[in-house]
Design a protein around this ligand. Structure first.
Ligand code: NAD
Length: 423
């Protein structure tokens, strides 16, 4: 086992492993179970030949990692980004196992990624990458095997192509092979907002615990994609004051708060740069936004944003992790020392996978729920899971992150013992 000192702070796989190790030790997990759960079940690398619009033939590299099938089919997003690495996909796959277990939904964990930059590709090129990637994986995905979903750089349209390609291979329409699909193709009402809604629900719980009220709670959201923009919008609507927003182009901070529907219109309808949003305030870098005054900071962009170099500058009382792995493992200690109430990624952003689970259930039932029903069930899952993690933290004298891992590892270990090891 690598020691903390020997670790590379920015390797997300090592960060994931560090938390797993700490939680496993606290649980007194036996060595065999520890080893079984530490390693992925399967890692697949695919080489994806695609003819670009220019006529040039390019080969893209894609991965799919199955971390665990102990509690059910694998579940996890597909990321299209230029900096995708196998280590990153591995880390994200293991986080999916723990995330599904924290909220107690019957899935294991997986993740996929393709090294490409969708912003530099045409729609047709992205479609061809998606279809060939799916075709290469068609034996390994499926409603009972592995159910992908969107992540950075992929969206409802990408999922529609995955669903169509898979369906062509198995020769019948199989909506339950992916989640995060358009509603007209078996998607779930409420899925688009689900991760953001889940973030708001756990923030509601956290502010109640700290004796704060929504109206005097300032929120900073880093990342203005699916997760960040939806969290900002729902929290704004619920009465929180969103004082900081940022995307990859930069951030804006304004104590007076932003009109989030207008900011969404600016970025998504008018297609203008977020830092130019004409609402006053101070322009900052996307990273700097995290360290401005607010009660809640929601990093909802990407990994490794809060590090040993900058964690001491956080001013928030609550750190609610919308992104996966926004805080490096060595930075945890600094955040803890500052007494910040952390809602760890595997709990905070689990609203997305929870409604993905509802989507999979609805597809398999062929019976679709109203949005109010989806939201009510999501609320029940998020609040119950939040309370369980907090109780675990108090009972075992650990921080919220380690408590969430302990709850999750315990559930997977229990299921694994029941199943036994297939010879
Ligand atoms: P997205 O591609 O829709 O949006 C990403 C946003 O982050 C964009 O606004 C982008 O400009 C911004 N961004 C990227 N790099 C940045 C940087 N270095 N600094 C500041 N902003 C930056 O992606 P998403 O689906 O919203 O996912 C965001 C994070 O949430 C990822 O870590 C993802 O794994 C995680 N997550 C997503 C879901 C989901 O349902 N989409 C669920 C759980 C977790």
């Amino acid at each position: 086992m690598a020691t903390q000192a020997a670790r590379n702070e920015f390797n997300v796989y090592e960060s994931a492993e560090a938390r797993f190790e700490t939680a496993a030790k606290k649980l007194g997990l036996e060595e065999g179970l520890y080893r079984y759960m530490k390693y992925p079940n399967k890692e697949i690398t695919v080489y994806i030949p695609v003819t670009l619009d220019s006529g040039h033939l390019e080969v893209f590299i894609g991965y799919r990692v199955h971390h665990s099938i102990v509690r059910g089919p694998c579940k996890g997003g597909i990321r299209f980004a230029p900096d995708v690495t196998l280590d990153e996909v591995r880390a994200l796959a293991s986080w999916m196992t723990w995330k599904c277990a924290v909220v107690n939904i019957p899935f294991g964990g997986a993740k996929g990624g393709v090294i490409c930059d969708p912003s530099k590709l045409s729609q047709g090129e992205v479609e061809r990458i998606t279809r060939r990637y799916t075709a290469e994986l068609s034996e390994w995905i499926g409603p009972e095997r592995d159910v992908p979903a969107p992540d950075i750089g992929t969206n409802e349209q990408t999922m529609a192509w995955v669903m169509d390609t898979y369906s062509m291979h198995v020769r019948h329409t199989t909506t339950a092979v992916v989640t995060g699909k358009p509603i007209d193709l078996g998607g779930s009402a409420g899925r688009r907002e689900a991760t953001g809604r889940g973030l708001m629900l756990v923030c509601d719980r956290a502010i109640a615990k700290l004796g704060l009220k929504r109206e005097n709670t300032r929120v900073i959201v880093q990342g203005f994609g699916n997760v960040g923009s939806m969290a900002a919008m729902l929290m704004h609507r619920a009465g929180y004051k969103i004082v900081g927003i940022a995307d990859i182009h930069g951030g804006l901070y304004n104590e007076a708060g932003f009109d989030i529907p207008k900011a969404i219109d600016w970025v998504y309808t008018q297609k203008k740069p977020l830092p130019e949003f004409p609402a006053g305030g101070t322009k900052l870098t996307a990273r700097e936004i995290l360290f401005q005054p607010a009660e809640i900071v929601v990093p909802a962009a990407t990994e490794n944003q809060i590090t040993t170099e900058n964690a001491h500058r956080l001013q928030a009382r609550i750190l609610c992790e919308g992104a996966n792995g926004p805080t490096t493992a060595p930075a945890d200690e600094i955040v803890d020392r500052k007494g910040i109430f952390v809602i760890p990624d595997i709990l905070a952003n689990a609203g997305g996978v929870t409604v993905s689970y509802f989507e999979w259930v609805q597809d398999r039932q062929g019976f679709f729920w109203r949005e109010s029903e989806v939201n009510a069930r999501l609320q029940d899952v998020m609040e119950h899971s939040f309370d369980e993690v907090l109780q675990y933290a108090e009972a075992h004298g650990v921080n919220n992150r380690i408590a969430a891992y302990m709850v999750a590892i315990n559930r997977v270990a229990f299921a694994l013992k029941l199943r036994g090891i297939y010879a």
